[in-house]
Design a protein around this ligand. Sequence first.
Ligand SMILES: N=CN[C@@H](CCC(=O)O)C(=O)O
Ligand SMILES: [Mn+2]
Ligand SMILES: [Mn+2]
Length: 322
Amino acid sequence: MYQPPDAGRWTGRIDSVSDEQAFRLHQRIRLLDLSQPLETVERAAAFIGFACDEGVRRNQGRQGAKEAPAAVKAALARLPWHLPEGVVVYDAGDVVCVDERLEQSQTELGKAVARLLKNGMASIVIGGGHETAYGHYLGVREALGPEARLGILNIDAHFDLRPYDDGPTSGTMFRQILDQDERVRYFCLGIQRLGNTAALFAAAETYGCRYMLEDELTAGPIEAAYEQIEEFAAHHDAVMLTICMDAISAAAAPGVSAPSPFGLAPSLVRALVRRIVSHPKTISVDLCEVNPLWDEGGKTVALAAAFCMEALLHFRRLQPRR
Ligand SMILES: N=CN[C@@H](CCC(=O)O)C(=O)O
Ligand SMILES: [Mn+2]
Ligand SMILES: [Mn+2]
C-alpha cells in the first residue's frame, strides 16, 4: 500500500528562518506524492520508504525494520543541508507491507522506484528488511529495460542467496534475482565467514558471485576494494547499491536483526558509499535492516541517516554539470 509523504516527519531544530546557510534538511525537503503527476526537475533525488519486515519474519529474524523509514527520515530531517545549489530533495512517501503480503509490496516498491528513475531522479530507498532490495531491483530493471547489464553491489555480512522454495524472505533476494535475470551480476562487500554457512559460500560459488570478506576489506588498503568496484562497474551499463546495516560492527549498529561482532567500521562503509555513488553508472541506492526497536540510543538510526546523506552528497548525477 502506498502512503504519500507526511510533512509532520520533517521537523527539527531551526537555527535561522532566513539564513539559508543555517538550513537543515527539514527546511529544504519537498514532498512528492507518487499518486499525482510528477514535475520534472533536472538534479533531483527522492527518498522512498519501504515499511516492511515480513521478509525478516519469514527468515526467523528479529522484527522491527518496518519502523525504520519513519525513524531514519526523522533523523535525516535534523541534518544540515550541504547540497550544491540547484539540487532538489524529495520525500516520496512510503510503500507499506500489509497483512504479510511481501511479494505484492515488493512489486509496489518496484513501481515507485521505476517512476522516480524514469523521471530522472536519483532514488534512495529506506527499508525495511533486506527484502527491500528485491523490490528495489524490480524498479531499477523496469527503468533500465531488459537489455541493460546491471551490476548489484551489496554491502552486507550475508550473501542472501538462500533457496526460496517456501517463498521469498530477507535472505533470498539475490538468488531470486540471479535466477530470473541473466543480465545481472552480483558483488558483495563485507561478508562474514561466521555469518554464512558453508552451503551459502557454495551457493556464491555456483552463482558466480564476487565477494570480499570483512577481514579482507579491513586488513587491506581500501584502494583494493575501489579497484574491484571499478572493474565490476566497467562490465555493466548501470549499478545499484544496496546496504545491509548488519555489515557494520555491532558496536556501531546494534539495531539490526542479526548483529555482526566483527562488522565493518562505519568510516570504511562511508568511504565505500562515497566511492560507489560517485560512480557515473550508479543510479539508485537502498539502505536496509535498521531495526529501531533493537537500537541503542538511536545510534544505528543516526548512522543510517548519515549514510543516506552521504549518498545524497556524493551522487554523481546531483553534482553541478561541468
Ligand atoms: N538478511 C539476511 N539475513 C541473514 C540472517 C542471518 C541470521 O539470522 O543469523 C541470512 O539470512 O543469512
Ligand atoms: Mn545482512
Ligand atoms: Mn542482507
